[in-house]
Structure formats: structure tokens, C-alpha cells
Design a protein around this ligand. Structure first.
Ligand code: KG4
Ligand code: ZN
Length: 342
């Protein structure tokens, strides 16, 4: 590249999606995601199978991302990769690949926290799009398969967790509900779809009473379990006959829980710019609800495009870009981190 722009290759392999993306400054040039279908029949991600699939996918996915971006590997200024949190075997594939590229090309390596990636996905710009992004400070509702947090974003490098789940993540609650209903994995998109044809006021679930801005989703999961057990005892076809209404009602309960604390957070901080990130931010009812509350409460809302909600490398590339600009490079002795606080 002859101009002063920064070209970053992002690599994401923390769970069951192998992804690579190229950005030129904040602008997305390409994003390739190979989702692993192998887990569907098991009703959840099998770590051993995930790492094997990453191993198979990583080279073609990275090659495709470079090709679609119309650049060569030599044009890249830095390689950004997900160091964690995630599954060890999965993270090892992306980490090792990124290190290999860094050594062979003699290019800087930048490690990215996966959650930071989800949060900063609202800064990805695309040619020809509106590209609206928040001003600091703003709040992010981070909702994924592993995390549920309300985070205050002070700047690209300074985040404050204001509240988080004390047990299950909301994505897990979607996935477990789907499992209890005998539906597939991942549960979120299936429930989202079935709920569209259902009555969300048909069944009521007790909402948790947790202090401050923290969340809990294990109680509501148990209440669904007992609800289904009792109704099935009366009518063995209960699930089949009420599938849409169960999905709509349970989904509404999860969204009510999320929104209650989000509204409280805006009141406590006085911040009215609200972004959302993570796989569950693909949920159509949650998105509608955030827009609706936003109109009512004069929030400025930032909903990511669907392709940036679930795991993707574009969010890793953009987070890497900001670190690269500050010269925050990683070293080759860093191993993956499976869990971290943010
Ligand atoms: O961010 P993500 O792809 O991976 C993690 O970092 O965990 O999130 C995956 C989670 C899964 O629990 C999945 O069921 C949920 O996001 N999800 C959804 C939807 N699409 C994905 N949940 C609700 N509605 C959706 N449309
Ligand atoms: Zn994720």
C-alpha cells in the first residue's frame, strides 16, 4: 500500500466459527466466516471437533478474505487475532496461525479480547453505508452465548463493566430453552423465528430479582423446565401444540430481564447512547424492543448489522486497528486465555 492507511487482517477462532477479515482503516474490505455445522447434531459445541474444523478451515478462510479484499498478504500492516476468552483448542488454532504469519512476514501481531471485539463492532464502516457510530462515553448491552454485561465504554481502550450475569448468559438461556423444546442448536435463531408466530403474553414466567445492574438467567431456565414438566403431565402434546407461544413468551421474559437493567443503567449514568453487541443482538424482538424503548426514552441507539452480531473477524480486525495505532503489539510467547473478566 502506498497511502498512509492501515490494512489489518483479523483472525477469529474462539468457538465454532472460523473467520478472517480485512479492514482498511475502519472500512471493511472483506469478511469470511466458515460456520461449523458438525455440532448441530450434538445440540452444542464439541470442543474437540471445533478445533479440528478450525484446523481445516483456517487456511482457505484467510486466503478467501485476502482475495475478496483484493490485497496480498504482503500488503497487510498487522495481524490481529483473538487471544480469548473461548475454547482452548479453538483459540490455539487462530493464535498459532497468527503467530506463524507474523514470524514469516515479519509483521506486528496484535492480540484482541473477543468481548472487546463484540463491543467495538459498532465502529466498523462499510462503503456506501450510513456508518453511524457512538461518541464516548456510551453504554453497550453485550449479550452472547458466554456473557451478559452492561458496559460503559469510556474510549476505545477503557471499558467499565457496570453489571453482569451472576450465573448463565442470556444466549445460554435461549440455547437451553431450545434444547428443552426438542429444537436444534444454536437455539437463539430458532426461537427467534418460532416466536414471530406466537403470542408473547400467553405464558408468564417469574422474573429474577437481582441487585443493582447484575443479571441472572438460571432461575428462569429452571422455571421453564418445571412449567414444561407440569404441562406435559397434563397433555403429552403440549409442546407441539404451543411451540410458538412458548418461544414467544419465554423470549419476552428474557428481553424483559435485559431491558429492565439496561433502562436502570441509563438512569444511573445519565447516558443515552446505547449500543448492543454479541450473538443475541441478532434477535429481532430484542432489536425492536431497544428501538421502541429508545424512541420513548430519547436514546440514540446503535444496532449492529446482522453479520456483525455473531462471531466474526471484522470485529477483531477493528479492535486490532485501534491497538495497532497505539503500538500495542503482542509477543510470540502469549498463549490463549480461555476466561477473562472482560
Ligand atoms: O456472540 P456469539 O456468536 O458467540 C459467543 O461469543 O458466545 O453468540 C452466540 C449466541 C448463542 O447462544 C445463540 O443462540 C445466540 O447467540 N443467538 C441468538 C440469535 N442468534 C444467535 N439469540 C437470540 N436470537 C437470535 N436471533
Ligand atoms: Zn462472541
Amino acid at each position: 500500500m502506498t497511502d498512509n492507511s492501515n490494512l489489518i487482517l483479523g483472525i477469529e477462532s474462539s468457538c465454532d466459527d472460523t473467520s478472517a477479515a480485512v479492514i482498511k482503516d475502519e472500512y471493511l474490505l472483506s469478511s469470511v466466516i466458515a460456520s461449523q455445522k458438525v455440532h448441530e447434531k450434538y445440540g452444542g459445541v464439541i470442543p474437540e471437533l471445533a478445533s479440528r474444523a478450525h484446523q481445516t478451515n483456517i487456511v482457505p478462510v484467510v486466503s478467501q478474505a485476502l482475495k475478496e479484499a483484493n490485497v496480498t498478504i504482503d500488503d497487510i500492516d498487522a495481524i490481529a487475532y483473538t487471544r480469548g476468552p473461548g475454547l482452548l483448542g479453538s483459540l490455539l488454532v487462530g493464535t498459532s496461525f497468527a503467530k506463524g504469519l507474523s514470524i514469516s512476514l515479519d509483521k506486528p501481531l496484535v492480540e484482541v479480547n473477543h468481548l472487546q471485539g463484540h463491543i467495538l463492532s459498532c465502529f466498523i464502516k462499510e462503503e456506501g453505508k450510513e456508518n453511524k457510530s457512538p461518541h464516548f462515553p456510551y453504554l453497550t448491552l453485550l449479550v452472547s452465548g458466554g456473557h451478559t454485561q452492561i458496559v460503559k465504554i469510556n474510549d476505545f481502550y477503557n471499558f467499565e463493566i457496570l453489571g453482569q450475569t451472576i450465573d448463565d448468559a442470556v444466549g445460554e438461556a435461549f440455547d437451553k430453552c431450545s434444547k428443552m423444546l426438542g429444537l436444534g442448536y444454536p437455539g437463539g435463531p430458532i426461537i427467534d423465528k418460532l416466536a414471530k408466530e406466537g403470542d408473547s403474553n400467553k405464558f408468564k414466567f417469574n422474573l429474577p430479582n437481582i441487585k443493582d445492574l447484575d443479571y441472572s438467567f438460571s432461575g428462569i431456565k429452571t422455571s421453564l423446565l418445571y412449567f414444561l414438566r407440569d404441562r406435559l403431565a397434563e397433555n403429552e402434546n403440549f409442546i407441539e401444540e404451543n411451540k410458538n407461544d412458548i418461544c414467544a413468551s419465554f423470549q419476552k421474559a428474557l428481553i424483559d430481564i435485559l431491558m429492565k437493567k439496561l433502562i436502570l443503567a441509563t438512569k444511573l449514568t445519565g447516558i443515552n447512547q446505547i449500543a448492543v453487541g454479541g450473538g443475541v443482538s441478532a434477535n429481532s424482538a430484542l432489536r425492536e424492543r431497544i428501538e421502541e424503548e429508545g424512541r420513548k426514552r430519547r436514546w440514540i441507539t446503535f444496532l449492529p448489522e446482522f453479520k456483525f452480531t455473531t462471531d466474526n473477524a471484522a470485529m477483531i480486525a477493528i479492535s486490532g486497528l485501534y491497538k495497532f495505532r497505539r503500538g500495542e503489539y503482542s509477543t510470540l510467547d502469549k498463549s490463549p486465555i480461555t476466561r477473562m473478566s472482560r
